[in-house]
Design a binder for this molecule. Structure first.
Ligand SMILES: [Zn+2]
Length: 182
């Protein structure tokens, strides 16, 4: 139960969709569209992006400034000699994004290590009811081995599997981090 939850959040953060999930967190679904359009080429104007994503120009600009604020995109501008207006050429900072990805993976790895310490250092007791929480030995003693939520009997749960799962996932993340750093 708890472990499923941890692993789901890891998959979300640690998977191949990480790029998309970080961008989405920063600027929503529109930001993913804009970033994808931008990642195809070196740089693009807001109008080119609007055309490519079939988004309104205002929405594109909003997303671009949001990415800019988060230091994920930059622009250069030139004056259109014909109209006298500024033209903005936007591009993504892949390097910044990589640093962001590394720090996210570090955070997840740290969280999993804490969980692993907890699993290793505690005997876990549970009533078997998926909605109820696990308790440590001390916690289970305090409630006389009766689940505080459903009154079921709290029994010792072997957590070897959770430990193995956590160790594998941590190793996987560390490997990804090693590859990202070089
Ligand atoms: Zn229970």
């Amino acid at each position: 139960m708890v472990n499923d939850m941890i692993l789901t959040s890891v998959k979300k953060v640690g998977g191949d969709d990480l790029f998309a999930s970080i961008i989405e967190e920063i600027g929503g679904e529109n930001a993913v569209k804009v970033a994808n359009a931008l990642s195809d080429k070196d740089e693009a104007t807001d109008e080119e992006i609007a055309e490519k994503t079939e988004m309104r120009l205002n929405a594109v600009r909003k997303v671009l400034y949001r990415l800019y604020e988060n230091r994920l995109a930059s622009y250069r501008r030139t004056r259109d000699t014909r109209t006298g207006w500024f033209i903005y050429f936007w591009k993504l900072y892949p390097e910044k994004l990589r640093n962001l990805i590394i720090s996210r993976k570090h955070m997840v790895s740290q969280r999993l290590k804490e969980r692993l310490e907890y699993e290793k250092g505690n005997m876990i007791f549970h009533c078997g009811n998926g909605d109820c929480e696990q308790l440590t030995f001390e916690g289970a003693m305090d409630v006389s081995f009766k689940c505080p939520k459903c009154s079921g009997v709290l029994v010792f749960v072997r957590n070897d599997k959770s430990i193995e799962l956590l160790e594998n996932k941590i190793e996987e993340l560390e490997e990804e981090l090693r590859n990202l750093k070089f």
